[in-house]
Write a protein that binds this ligand. Sequence first.
Ligand SMILES: Nc1ncnc2c1ncn2[C@@H]1O[C@H](COP(=O)(O)OP(=O)(O)OP(=O)(O)O)[C@@H](O)[C@H]1O
Ligand SMILES: [Mg+2]
Ligand SMILES: [Zn+2]
Length: 291
Amino acid sequence: MEALLRAHGITRRYGPGCALCLDSTGADAGTNRCPTCGSVWACRDVSLELRAEEALGIVGESGSGKSTLVKLLHFDDPATSGYLELARLRQLEGIGGIYADGCDWSRDLFSMDRYRQRRVRDASMGIVYQHPHLGLRMGVSSGGNVAERLLSAGWRSIGAMRQRASHLLERTEIPLSRMDEPPRNFSGGMQQRVQIAKALSGDPPILLLDEVSTGLDLSVQARVLDMIRTLREELRLSMVVVSHDLGVIHLLCQRTMVMKNGQVVESGLTDQILQDPQHGYTQLLVASQLQ
Ligand SMILES: Nc1ncnc2c1ncn2[C@@H]1O[C@H](COP(=O)(O)OP(=O)(O)OP(=O)(O)O)[C@@H](O)[C@H]1O
Ligand SMILES: [Mg+2]
Ligand SMILES: [Zn+2]
């Protein structure tokens, strides 16, 4: 399968860094925080490839760097080092020739200016944040939240935006009677569904999902996951799925990466990782969640 997105050795360090950092942090060191200078290595030398129409799982304990990784991929947070490439996508060709430079792969997206980054991102990715307040304006109507995204993508007709917003909210099972209500009135599950509607508004080929069903009641969680599976098939999405829950990863993802203290300790086919985990940390993770 063809790759859509490739990340090479991406790293995010919070803090100044020092000569002792690399030896005293990471999966083997058992911490992501350097005892000498206090820097946190939230993501360290992470490489990944997202293929067309696949869901790639990222799993790991709290603090292992999953959300940081997703934010780096979405340019919300600048990487300390590493680079990111995006395949030339059919869907991108209509939007003003960002990729009209004739190469099959973009140059490093991290080194593009903010304006270009935003355009590439808006055309190629949607994101659902772990914390809904990062993805939604809680006081603005749900329809307005989706419309805002359309507006920044160049839509101008209020009627057309309203129609598109109601279509998307309907797809994500938000009753249309509640379209004019702000997300702060909604349950956690509904807020995540508004985030999904917003993420899908630009018809992006790539969806980044950070703990999309965590903290929801089991029945609500099952419905959200089922909806994501249906959307993935119908819209032929490629997804990065972050979860600390192996059950979610198992349900959605063909391939999986396991993170610990900012580093990838194991990656491969999800079934193989669950049946025959190689790294001690993955073995612990699998054993603890099977009980
Ligand atoms: N802005 C920041 N400044 C300093 N450290 C940060 C910052 N953001 C994240 N970190 C640290 O980076 C590490 C990775 O955090 P991250 O949120 O990516 O973990 P996570 O795997 O998503 O955890 P969880 O499962 O709890 O969501 C943590 O040690 C966190 O404290
Ligand atoms: Mg997180
Ligand atoms: Zn250090």
